[in-house]
Write a protein that binds this ligand. Structure first.
Ligand SMILES: [Ca+2]
Length: 463
């Protein structure tokens, strides 16, 4: 703001007696001059008639201003007119005299129209971000130190680019299968994008990893239509991309028992026991080891091909019979690497009695095969041995059960209908029995022992 009271033209407004006549004096300019001189500490000896005395302003507080529109962070189109508007308030005894706007972060300033409510119209030509600030001055010349102002994005003028889907991995799954990590690769994905695999496939989540990658967690319904289908990614701005035939639904591979074995060791001499399987394991299978043991706890299971075994029961179950006590637990490896006959059981210390039932099974869920488990025992002697009844949650499952008794050398016979005794070993007793089922419901394994004994019996189901 520039104000000049010392120019020739100003003095012509104070008095009409001068050359180049034709201008008249203005009482407002005369009073303004009295006010200005008062602010400078100068008072007239004799005040001209028609004017009022003035006192120096005591206002030393500048006004404050604010930009109310557009909001900071908003996008404006290059080349189009933008109205910046806002408010200003003075304090300290004066009024807002003027407001200025800078559209270049405070380097240059331009007058806005209005005072307490003001506006400024401009046009941004170059794409990028701009910093818009305001500052106000009051009628005593107190000038506001401008605040940070607002940031505007000068956009390219068009919508963001649509997504594209280029690949899906894995690109198939079986009916009933859960796939927690399907990688969708493409471009221009946005946070909050959704994934669709079509009818019969439930998408639990579609996680944004980057603009080029999403991770879908899906469950393929057991009745999902077989064959190829399209995968669609939709950004929050509703733009989407569909990759045709990106994913296919297959029939579940048949569940089948590859090999089985039982082992009895009384007792082992150390904390590590390596068992030899009847044949080398295959790839992509599930390897299950049911173990009954005494007196030290099993701590881990490994095999010769580096498979990771999961402990089935956090706490081994205690079968509390003096003289023939056992603990029960089980381990399993999913999606085996294959190619080994070596199975190693590690215990927390020295000599341990152990009874082991092992099964290698094809056709189970490669990512989360375990479904249910249940335990039942008898602390008193009986020839009727049975597991707990377990209700399975998917239709096609492998049911694995073993009975164990340290009491004597009974043999197992007469399994419950549908069950097969696959293997049994003495001395002491371990009997492995199993079955493949194709319907949900409650299942219970049982055998008849050759003599009445106390026993422990576990049933584990895999999907
Ligand atoms: Ca003021």
């Amino acid at each position: 703001m520039v104000f000049g009271a010392g120019t020739v033209q100003w003095s012509w407004g104070l008095d009409a007696t001068h050359d180049l006549s034709g201008t008249s004096a203005d009482v407002n300019m005369q009073q303004a001059t009295v006010n200005l001189l008062a602010d400078m500490g100068v008072q007239p000896a004799t005040l001209q008639g028609g004017l009022v005395p003035a006192v120096a302003s005591t206002d030393t507080t500048p006004p404050t201003s604010a930009i109310t529109s557009p909001s900071s962070g908003s996008t404006v189109s290059p080349g189009s007119s933008v109205t910046i508007s806002g408010t200003a308030v003075d304090s300290g005894g004066g009024v807002v005299g003027a407001v200025e706007i800078s559209a270049d972060g405070g380097t240059t300033w331009h007058p806005a129209a209005g005072r307490e409510n003001w506006s400024y119209i401009t046009t941004f030509t170059n794409a990028g971000t701009v910093n818009v600030r305001s500052r106000a001055a009051d009628d005593s010349g107190n000038l506001e130190v401008p605040g940070p102002g607002i940031t505007l994005t000068v956009g390219t003028g068009g919508p963001p680019p649509p997504p594209t889907v280029s690949s899906v991995n894995p690109n198939s799954g079986a009916q009933g299968q859960s796939l927690p990590s399907v990688i969708i690769t493409g471009s221009n994905f946005q946070t909050g994008a959704t994934c669709s695999f079509g009818a019969g496939i439930t998408v639990n989540s579609c996680t944004f990893n980057s603009a080029t990658q999403l991770t879908a967690n899906i469950i393929i319904g057991s009745t999902a239509t077989l064959g190829t289908r399209n995968v669609t990614v939709t950004n929050p701005d509703s733009q989407s991309s569909t990759l045709s035939n990106a994913f296919s639904v297959t029939t579940p591979s048949a569940i089948s028992l590859i090999q089985r074995a039982t082992f009895s060791r009384q007792p082992t001499s150390g904390g590590t026991v390596t068992l030899t399987l009847p044949q080398a394991t295959g790839a992509g299978h599930t390897l299950v080891a049911g173990v009954s043991f005494w007196p030290l706890d099993i701590s881990s299971v490994t095999d010769g091909s580096g498979d990771a075994f999961t402990r089935g029961l956090a706490t081994s179950i205690y079968h509390n019979v003096s003289g023939s006590a056992t603990y029960t637990n089980f381990y399993y490896a999913k999606s085996t690497a294959g190619g080994t006959t070596s199975l190693t059981l590690n215990f927390s210390g020295g000599s341990t009695y152990l009874l082991v039932a092992v099964a290698e099974v094809a056709g189970l869920d490669p990512s989360a095969p375990l479904d249910q488990s249940g335990y039942h025992d008898s602390l008193t002697a009986t020839a009727a041995w049975s597991s707990a009844a377990v209700t399975i949650t998917t239709a096609n499952e492998y049911l694995f059960s073993w009975a164990a008794s340290e009491a004597a050398n009974a043999t197992c016979a007469s399994p419950a209908s549908g069950w097969v005794i696959e293997s049994q070993t003495n001395p002491a007793t371990v009997c492995l029995l199993d079955r493949v089922v194709s319907a949900t419901g409650s299942y219970q394994a049982s055998v008849t022992a050759s003599s009445a004994q106390n026993y422990a019996m576990e049933l584990v189901t895999f999907k």
